[in-house]
Design a protein around this ligand. Sequence first.
Ligand code: NAP
Length: 309
Amino acid sequence: MSLPPLPRLGFIGAGRLARCLALGFCAAGYSVTAVASRTPASAGRLASQIPNCAALDDPQEVVDSADLVFLAVPDDAIGTSAHTLRFSPDEAHGKALVHCSGASPVELLAPARDQGAAIGGFHPLFLFGGERNDLERIAGCSVTIEADGALKDTLTALAVALRCHPLSIPPGGRMLYHGAAHYAASFALCSLAECVELWRTLGFAEDEALRALLPMLAGTIETARDKGLANALAGPVSRGDTGVVQKQLALFESLGGDHAALYGLLSRRAVGLAQRRATPPAAIDAIAEAVEESLARSLNQAAAGASGK
Ligand SMILES: NC(=O)c1ccc[n+]([C@@H]2O[C@H](COP(=O)([O-])OP(=O)(O)OC[C@H]3O[C@@H](n4cnc5c(N)ncnc54)[C@H](OP(=O)(O)O)[C@@H]3O)[C@@H](O)[C@H]2O)c1
């Protein structure tokens, strides 16, 4: 026995992610049969928006009444919740337990696998706001899937049902995958925050700075989408303006703190991108040398600062 082609879906946890997934799967024609959560009212609120969906007090009843259960609880609760769930030997081979974390290993669900159920990961690369418009906003995003066999096919179909792109990840790759993805989300904000902090010394307020920066960021993203990363690179590294790069590195070094280290490390990545172009700037080797010399100074200084020397 394996998962049916249109499995009955259940949710344990009724938070931001569960609300979007449960409503999205229901809209796509899947049967969402049961929801349980820590707070019964949360489960009740979600179940009341889905036809023929029961709000249940006990997560075990979700396992008993669905074929595929999404364990949509905070990461710290995934392992402990998985340990409490029982899969009857007669039915376990037709059931699956899946979590939605990008960072936590699928292996946290091993107790279900040991009882005969399939286990997997289904991580939407999307920041859920918890509102109904998530259902529209999630279209076009990617969902990273870690599963084998029939469960992989089922999760792929579920990603497509949300109008998302399925992305497959090998076992054990989640921590790197999730950590690296910060560069396209929180760390993009950290780059903006660094600029806002530096511009503050020029008298710009944060809202003024963001009004100036966000359209430029949006344009950069559009260009990257159209032309790829290397060809979207702009600024002095991409133009081969060695003099400007040297002056900016020196300026950031003079500011102290870790401003020059951050600037130097990102400049090193910019050099890497410029080198990937069909025709890299003629001065790219001189720029790379200037960046590495500055980095050697600023990283030494940062290390000395950290050790209190
Ligand atoms: N939010 C995102 O943008 C996002 C994106 C991708 C993946 N994820 C992943 O999705 C999962 C859920 O995240 P979320 O953002 O939806 O979290 P959330 O909004 O905090 O919701 C978590 C839900 O789980 C319930 N819950 C907490 N502990 C529980 C337990 N021990 N047993 C049963 N239910 C419990 C909560 O309780 P109440 O019943 O009290 O409400 C709440 O309904 C996480 O693994 C997260 O990494 C989240």
